[in-house]
Ligand binder design. Structure first.
Ligand code: G6Q
Length: 552
């Protein structure tokens, strides 16, 4: 299926931005702030409890006008409508993209193939709620009659990163009398370390896999099954220690999980957009159903904002357009996300998948190859740790790295001066990045001439600041939805399908082919390239005879 849209770089709005870039490229943020004393508030929007300051960007009102023009000519309005209407905008997989329906209230309706999906969404949420109460109240018992103390989510990619990030982000709200762990890597170390100090008879595994066929997840799930059966000495124990989150009832049953304990979701929920579906079961168990509802409420508020706010005051639209501005006109290759909150330590990793798996594409929905850049590389660490590590390069390196700074006004762990110090650092960093310090200023402070260039800061490094009152389940939902819709905005401008992920397939296929070749017993003839052949040979020799047979 192909769509008829004007190639991006042939649109007049694109040419206008290109010309404008040449005008503004050399202008310093120092100048822009000096010219307009109100700039700090002129380029700021407050919506849904999020204060978004984008004044420290290399933009003028004309830039925003032109970027909004690009959004219009790219059909962003129509695309948003299409998503909310359940159109099959994931064209390469022929699927609707309706993660927004996961947070719908009972009386909202979202249609897929002429059917309102809200009732089934709530059926699953209700089932998750009953189950959570059952487990946390001790009513659900393990095989030997003990209550569950440990929850382990086994999943990977979209079935892991959201649950891990949400658990870490909302740890403050989580039950402290239970242990929550996450196993994703097929590396046995992940499994061994997550289970080594736990008792199988108090442990519940949530096997989270949309397809229930993912190699890493199924390998870990089978090891978990073996661990439980070996310890409890009865196959029947599986039903008390395993539940599943999946769309594949057949495979779930084959594994030995009672499908009454399977929590479903649907093909219109992409993996990386699924943390608020049943994939969030571990999150609900950790923070409780009420907090989970607040999380959904936060998502919903941002969805509504995205759907209804004028683009000029629309947080995800503005964020997405700024990303396009730097990626396509300034040639920025990467963007940093810098949360000044320890609880958000996994947020950059979560955003890496959300952004790069969505928009790391070079073919348009029309099937043509792009002649412009798409997704930036996303990376980051919580402040202030990053300051003592890689900020040097952001301040004085040769690359332009736009940054998102995220901070909260009230700490969840008030402790003496800690929070003021944390936030002082956030504000100081955005100030230093924008305004820098000239060689003259450095000299005036008494620095010798030879040292002055080393100590000077060019500044003019763009940042967004996202300031929120406090990290809560609700504000986390808003933040995640903010980035989801920013990614959507960018994908729309770049004319790509942000909801498929064909780029992960080839490696999987080749790994399946190589695995039996590692079997030193049979030593099959290797027919790869000379590099791959040699690597496999060396592995065969060094790993020792029989190892793979023992494992399989
Ligand atoms: C996300 C991707 C991918 C997926 C994993 C796990 O958008 O689709 O990361 O979530 O490959 O897949 P399963 O849930 O099917 O195991």
């Amino acid at each position: 299926m192909t769509l008829t849209i004007n190639p991006l770089t042939q649109q007049p709005s694109w040419h206008a931005l290109d010309a404008h870039y040449r005008d503004i490229n050399a202008v310093h943020l120092r100048q822009l702030f000096a010219d307009d004393p109100q700039r700090g508030t002129r380029f700021a929007v407050e919506a849904e409890g999020i204060y978004f300051d984008y004044s420290k960007n290399r933009i003028t009102e004309e830039t925003i006008r032109l970027l909004l023009g690009l959004a219009e000519s790219s059909g962003l309005c129509e695309r948003i409508d299409a998503m909310f209407h359940g159109d099959k905008i994931n064209i390469t997989e022929g699927r609707a993209v309706l993660h927004v329906a996961l947070r719908a209230t009972r009386n909202q309706s979202f249609m897929v193939d002429g059917k309102n999906v809200t009732p089934v969404v709530h059926e699953v949420l209700d089932k998750m709620t009953r189950f959570s109460h059952g487990v946390t109240s001790g009513q659900w018992k393990g095989y030997s009659g003990k209550p569950i103390r440990n929850i382990i989510n086994i999943g990977i990619g979209g079935s892991d990163l959201g649950p891990v990030m949400a658990f870490e982000a909302l740890r403050h709200y989580s039950r402290r009398d239970m242990t929550f762990r996450f196993i994703s890597n097929v590396d046995g170390t992940d499994f061994a370390e997550a289970t080594r100090d736990l008792c199988a008879d108090e442990t519940l595994f949530i096997i989270s896999s949309k397809t229930f066929t993912t190699q890493e997840t199924m390998t870990n799930a089978h090891s978990a099954r073996q661990w439980v059966v070996q310890t409890l000495k009865d196959e029947v124990a599986v039903a008390r220690h395993f539940v599943a989150v999946s769309t594949n009832a057949g495979e779930v049953a084959r594994f030995g999980i009672d499908t009454a304990n399977m929590f479903g979701f649907w093909d219109w929920v992409g993996g990386r957009y699924s943390m608020d579906s049943a994939i969030g079961l571990s999150t609900m168990l950790a923070i409780g159903p009420e907090n989970f509802q607040s999380l959904l409420g936060g998502f919903r508020a941002m969805d509504e904002h995205f759907r209804t706010a004028p683009f000029a005051r629309n947080l995800p639209v503005l964020m997405g357009l700024l990303s396009v501005w730097y990626t396509n006109f300034f040639g920025a290759q990467t963007m940093a996300v810098l949360p000044y909150d320890q609880y958000l330590k996994r947020f950059p990793a979560y955003l890496q998948q959300l952004t790069m798996e969505s928009n790391g594409k070079h073919v348009t929905v029309n099937g043509t190859t792009v002649d412009y850049q798409t997704s930036p590389i996303i990376w980051g660490e919580p402040g202030t740790n990053g300051q003592h590590s890689f900020y040097q390069l952001i301040h004085q390196g040769t690359k332009l790295i736009p940054c998102d700074f995220i901070g909260f006004c009230r700490s969840l762990n008030p402790l003496g001066p800690h929070h003021d110090l944390l936030m002082a650092n956030l504000f100081a960093q955005t100030e230093a990045l924008a305004f820098g310090k000239t060689v003259e200023e450095v000299r005036t402070e008494g620095t010798p001439d030879w040292l002055a260039p080393h100590r000077a800061f060019e500044g003019n490094r763009p940042t967004n600041t996202i300031l929120v009152e406090q990290l809560t389940p609700e504000t986390l939902g808003k933040l995640v939805a903010l980035y989801e819709h920013s990614v959507f905005t960018q994908g729309t401008i770049w004319q790509i399908d942000s909801f498929d992920q064909w780029g992960v397939e080839l490696g999987k296929v080749l790994a399946k082919r190589i695995q039996p070749e590692l079997s030193r017993g049979k030593e099959p003839q290797l027919q790869h390239d000379s590099s791959t052949n040699e690597l496999i040979q060396r592995y065969r020799i060094a790993a020792g005879p029989g190892k793979m047979e023992e494992l399989s």
